[in-house]
Design a protein around this ligand. Structure first.
Ligand SMILES: NC(=O)c1ccc[n+]([C@@H]2O[C@H](COP(=O)([O-])OP(=O)(O)OC[C@H]3O[C@@H](n4cnc5c(N)ncnc54)[C@H](O)[C@@H]3O)[C@@H](O)[C@H]2O)c1
Length: 316
């Protein structure tokens, strides 16, 4: 199969590209390197340094004729979307509509779209939250993800273009970046390795920090393999269903890093600061639909995933 991965130089997209190539697929990457990196780009993929908003994107599709587009490219920061909603919309809504229009014109059969289970449900009352819970986005980033899912339903209804939505929880692992939804893993790990103090963001009534669902990138990649063949017209939560407070995450990372690096004991107590704009108090995903319909389930626990992330980080 020929697959075009937007954002394939980024943290998650590049891991997906590697897995698609390992599985024998032909892969094309489109990325403007806004947050992606040259070093992440698989040498066996054909790479176009290009913005998804560009008119030239159509020329790439005409030339490459992919069967599937896997759309990872995005402005990924929730706080940045609150500070500059115009920019967020230009990449995450207009950029995506450009991808869809070009895909339609080029006869692309399916789009795999990366949404955010960690953002679109807002302060959900169903918890862990399943896909039937109506999206209640509380940031421009989350609004853009939610409306993008509506566009996919429109393109399927109007033009018969198939899609699968993967709603990620907070993803961490090798090649992780500090700006994304699980950026806290990269930040805590990098700061502790460099023997710098950490800061824990929290709401007044949650001194141990917010609750999140941390899923390892290696597991997320497997969901992208499944979505090539299954899950047409559906959205799936891709997480673990396991709740982790920021303080527990910090302690786990501190334990992992201090077993490999000599860290002053004083750093075991992070400073605290009030939550930022767009932050949610809790988020955790029910992933039973992905298990039943995609045949996917998470396999990597937090301690193991953090150890593998630390191996990668220390090898750099
Ligand atoms: N990291 C998480 O925890 C998480 C959670 C939920 C959803 N997601 C989604 O997963 C996807 C990948 O995120 P990531 O964490 O790997 O972040 P990332 O920043 O590493 O990846 C995004 C990639 O998109 C590229 N890009 C950005 N704007 C572009 C544009 N206009 N044209 C072309 N390329 C552009 C960047 O250069 C980068 O390579 C995003 O859609 C993000 O919203 C991530």
């Amino acid at each position: 199969m020929k697959i075009l991965v937007t954002g394939g130089a980024g943290f998650i997209g590049s891991n997906v590209v590697d897995a698609y190539i390992d599985a024998g697929h032909e892969v094309v990457v489109v990325d403007n390197l806004f947050s992606g990196k040259w070093e992440n780009i698989n040498p066996d993929a054909r790479f176009y340094l290009m913005d998804i908003r560009a008119d030239e994107f159509m020329k790439v599709l005409e030339r490459e004729k992919p069967d599937v587009i896997n759309h990872h490219a995005a402005q990924i920061s929730v706080p940045a979307s609150v500070e500059d909603p115009r920019f967020d919309t230009s990449v995450n809504v207009q950029g995506f509509v450009n991808v869809l229009e070009c895909a339609r014109e080029a006869g692309v059969k399916k789009v795999i779209f990366i949404s955010s289970g960690g953002a679109i449900y807002g302060e959900a009352t169903e918890y862990p939250t399943s896909e039937t819970y109506p999206p209640q986005p509380l940031s421009p980033y989350a609004i853009a993800k939610s409306v993008s899912e509506d566009y996919l339903a429109f393109y399927r209804h109007q033009y018969g273009m198939d899609y699968t939505v993967l709603r990620y929880a907070n993803v961490y692992g090798p090649r992780q970046v500090p700006h994304g939804e699980a950026g806290v893993v990269a930040i805590f790990m990098d700061r502790l390795i460099n023997r710098k103090p950490c800061t824990l963001y929290h709401f007044e009534d949650q001194p141990l920090g917010m609750v999140r669902d941390y899923v390892f990138v290696g597991d997320v990649v497997k969901a992208n393999l499944k979505a090539l063949e299954a899950g047409g017209g559906e959205a799936f939560n891709i997480g673990t269903g396991v709740e982790t407070r920021t303080r527990a995450l910090f302690d786990e990372i501190f334990k992992a890093v201090s077993s490999r690096v000599d860290i002053p004991g004083g750093l075991a107590e992070p400073a605290t600061r009030h939550a930022r704009g767009g932050d949610l108090t809790q988020s955790c995903l029910n992933v039973s639909k992905a298990e039943a319909e995609l045949g996917w389930k998470p396999e990597t626990g937090l301690a193991e995933g953090l150890a593998r992330t630390l191996d990668w980080r220390l090898a750099r």
